[in-house]
Write a protein that binds this ligand. Sequence first.
Ligand code: ACO
Length: 329
Amino acid sequence: MQNRPQAMIIGTGAAVPEKTLTNRDFETMVDTSNEWIRARTGMEVRHVVGPDEQNSDLAAAAALKALESAGLTAVDVDLIIVATISGDSGFPSTACFVQKKIGAVNAAALDIGAACAGFIYGLDLADSYIALGKAKHVLVIGSEVLSRITDYSDRNTCVLFGDGAGAAVLAPSDGERGILGTFIKSDGRLSELLYIEGLGTKIPPSHQSVDERKHFIRMAGREVFKYAVKAMGDSAEEILMRTGLDNAAVDLLISHQANLRIIEATARRINLPAERVFINIEKYGNTSSASIPLALDEAVRSGRIQPGQLLVLVAFGAGFTWGSAAIRY
Ligand code: ACO
């Protein structure tokens, strides 16, 4: 249990591509309906990149906005952490491309792959670096171009995913506000319930692998749903327990936006009324690691989050990976 916060968020930013796909668009692509998608997921619109937009473009745009709101410039950054499962290329890291695009010449840059829990993993890492005095200003970015790894002929998955990026700048805490605690966990035994079999070195790209559509996301939705509800509820309870906070003190739950029903179940586990739960899934769909920082930035800029409020962040994703964070904003 952490008594005093070591690191605090001093700026946030977000970026999404202009192009959108609505539920109605999917009605012309696969056997689905606006009514099914709304009822089963809560989604209405997702943003998707155009042919010339890359993951690192979205990440860099979100990072620059976060730096601006923090009153810093790119040369002030010591460490760039990009959480992503849809990076620009096999290597180097997308974080290095972001570093080049924003001109963060004094930073070290690395990617982490923890799928939808990636931003929480990034916060955990940034908090540790700052607490150890190994970095002063850390950019944590969640950025995804899931539209390029989504099979638009598979109705089980294609309606779910969108593109976008969100970023936060972390700095040493003022002693009152900041990250009160983080919790991360994974279970690799369940990796094949949600994964891309190809795209790595196990199955190098070939005509056969492309014909067999092995470069797209595959998900056992019903199974994933079951685990997500349990792991996200457990994570919310765990972070309150670790920080010694009461659920009544939580001002806002910012959950990974994968399914409205999962978010509502997580809120019920810690007895939070609807007005203390942030939801923007209808506008973006599931943007994996970008979903929490996109929501955080929207909540900050709209005034929904005020300084001093207590936030609980909760995520679950492929791996499986999951986690949570408690933040005195
Ligand atoms: N339109 C119409 N029908 C559909 C669609 C669709 N887009 N997709 C599935 N269906 C059908 C199924 O084929 C099934 O039909 P059947 O009963 O004839 O077989 C029926 O709807 C019900 O399918 P379920 O999978 O039980 O539907 P469910 O209510 O579970 O909703 C969903 C599916 C939305 C995918 C849900 O399971 C879910 O949200 N899962 C978790 C997603 C998640 O949390 N992912 C983790 C993070 S993602 C990451 O890490 C990248």
